[in-house]
Design a protein around this ligand. Structure first.
Ligand code: SF4
Length: 219
């Protein structure tokens, strides 16, 4: 089966709107300020965006608060052609732990992450539908560690289920990830060193311990 180029799909949609008078609205789930940086720089040329911060996967709570504040600060600072607003969803960590039960030891990038994408995208799809947005999508596909194929399949299925259009994406294409690193440096954004949940936090700690054991005394 041929792989779909989701960036090309997105470009077709943007071209379709270019000849119309109206700028469409987009409900954009964001995982963090660095991942939203290039995504917002790019999409705000073509959409009126509301950034939706819904990430009950993040551990611990003070890390969650830090990421939210950084997200808000970035939106306020970024010059954008079309308006960008912000909305925070509930930090309902219980929902995250319920959906990943039994998958705690699956390595990052596997089935636990697919559930985690779905949880966040489902909340975005439901809210986008209730508030009458033209499209919903997520920043998640910018990360080289995230499965863009899976993210888009989940988004498309949720779009059909909730009756709202999913905007296809693979933001790492066209040097999107590289640009997000540049923008993060330019705006001095806090870049976390683990994905978000307690399991990725432990994996990060384990990596650090192993590297210390291999390179004692190196700072
Ligand atoms: S590693 Fe990241 S995507 Fe995977 S479950 Fe944890 S927070 Fe979610």
């Amino acid at each position: 089966m041929n792989k779909i180029n989701y960036q090309k799909e997105l470009e077709k949609i943007i071209e379709g709107w270019a000849c119309q008078e109206r700028v469409p609205t987009l409900f954009l789930h964001s995982c963090c300020a660095p991942c939203s940086s290039y995504t917002l720089e790019y999409l705000s040329q073509y959409f009126k965006i509301t950034v939706f911060y819904y990430n009950p996967n993040i551990y611990p709570e003070d890390e969650y608060v830090k990421r939210v504040e950084e997200q808000k600060r970035f939106i306020e600072t970024l010059p954008a052609k079309n308006p960008i607003s912000f909305m925070e969803g509930p930090y309902d960590t219980r929902r995250f732990y319920d959906i990943v039960r039994g998958l705690e030891h699956v390595p990052e990038g596997g089935e636990r992450c697919f559930k985690c994408y779905e949880l966040r995208l489902e909340e975005a799809a439901k809210t986008a539908r209730a508030r009458g947005f033209d499209y919903f999508t997520t920043t998640l596909s910018i990360s080289p560690l995230k499965n863009a194929q899976k993210i888009n399949e989940i988004g498309e299925a949720l779009g059909r289920r909730y009756g709202v259009k999913h905007l296809p994406s693979d933001f790492k294409k066209k040097n999107g990830y590289k640009r997000s690193v540049e923008l993060s440096a330019q705006y001095g954004l806090y870049r976390q060193n683990y994905c978000g949940c307690i399991y990725s936090f432990r994996e990060m700690e384990h990596r650090c311990e192993s590297s210390e054991m291999e390179n004692p005394g190196i700072e």
